[in-house]
Write a protein that binds this ligand. Structure first.
Ligand SMILES: *[C@@H]1O[C@H](CO)[C@@H](O)[C@H](O)[C@H]1NC(C)=O
Ligand SMILES: *[C@@H]1O[C@H](CO)[C@@H](O)[C@H](O)[C@H]1NC(C)=O
Length: 295
């Protein structure tokens, strides 16, 4: 009788210990679950809540030669740096360059310091227009921007100091060298666009204006072209900080009149028509409309 009860008491004591332990474990699990929930509330896109690192800023090089050599080709002033920045955010791979720009390197474009022929970057920026150069690539993403806007943007870069500075009104007059620049640069715009368009390697045409309008769709076009699967794309990294570091804000500069004279417009329109003919033959969208010159 006694032995039986002692045993029962001992057994129930064991059961209570087990129960209490189970409660403690449950409470612990529940509390960590609450902590996780709080973290979900504080979640900002791309930020790793545990290490507090912005994963959108983490990038690696690709294994040399593991992918085709893809050019990111454009006339200057057409959003090349911006698209590069977004490619790095969404793919997690560094982009390279035919050039070596210390300003861009310091801003985080670490791929600037490698020889582009090392093939260790996901795309390579280029503004070049010679066939031999083009032939070194296996594929190209060509960014096209309306030449009126691209030439003005490039003028700001050349005479206003770098990626975000502004030109002065005199830089858009004949005495300031504007007419000569429009002549040269219009030829350059038409030349670079037609050269890359008429290659027979795989090419993707991106209109800068479409990229502004629908950044997400444009970036998925790019990643699909690069054979990066949608599930690998860091789409969250397109929600914030999509402007990049070198956005020249147009509203800071006001023209008193259209810097493109009537005769310049005739020439520019002819170049656009020529490029449009090729784009339409290739079933691609035409060059985007010009913005108002004070937008
Ligand atoms: C993507 O994959 C296709 C089919 O395998 C291939 O032909 C093409 O060259 C690849 N393009 C890139 C940029 O990797
Ligand atoms: C150039 O084209 C634009 C847009 O089509 C048009 O508005 C403008 O009048 C044209 N300019 C000339 C001089 O043909």
């Amino acid at each position: 009788m006694r032995r039986c009860c002692t045993r029962m008491i001992r057994r129930s004591a064991i059961i209570s210990v087990v129960t209490v332990t189970a409660w403690i474990i449950t409470a612990f699990l529940f509390s960590t679950e609450l902590v996780e929930d709080v973290n979900i509330l504080a979640y900002t896109p791309g930020r790793d809540v545990k290490s507090n690192i912005d994963i959108c800023e983490t990038k690696t090089l690709i294994a040399p030669g593991s992918r085709p050599l893809v050019a990111l080709a454009s006339f200057p002033g057409s959003g090349n740096t911006w698209i590069r920045y977004l490619i790095e955010r969404v793919t997690g791979y560094y982009t390279g360059s035919f050039y070596s720009d210390a300003v861009l390197f310091r801003a985080g474009f670490r791929g600037e310091k490698y020889d582009w022929l090392e093939r260790n970057t996901i795309v390579v920026k280029t503004h070049e227009t010679d066939s031999e150069h083009v032939d070194k690539f296996d594929a190209a993403i060509l960014i096209i921007r309306n030449p009126y806007d691209a030439i003005i943007s490039e003028r700001h870069r050349q005479t206003g100091g770098g990626h975000v500075g502004f030109a002065k009104e005199v830089d858009f007059t004949d005495s300031g060298g504007w007419n000569a620049m429009v002549n040269d640069y219009l030829q350059y715009w038409e030349g670079i666009t037609t050269l890359w368009l008429l290659r027979d390697f795989p090419r993707l045409v991106i209109h800068y204006e479409d990229a502004l309008e629908n950044t997400q769709r444009t970036m998925f076009e790019i990643t699909r072209f690069l054979n990066i699967s949608d599930s690998e794309v860091r789409a969250d990294c397109l929600i914030q900080k999509t402007e990049g570091l070198f956005h020249r804000k147009g509203a800071n500069f006001v023209f008193s009149a259209d810097p493109f004279s009537e005769s310049m417009q005739v020439m520019v329109n002819q170049s656009i028509e020529h490029v449009n003919m090729i784009l339409l033959q290739q079933m691609r969208r035409p060059v985007a409309r010009r913005k108002s010159f004070n937008d």
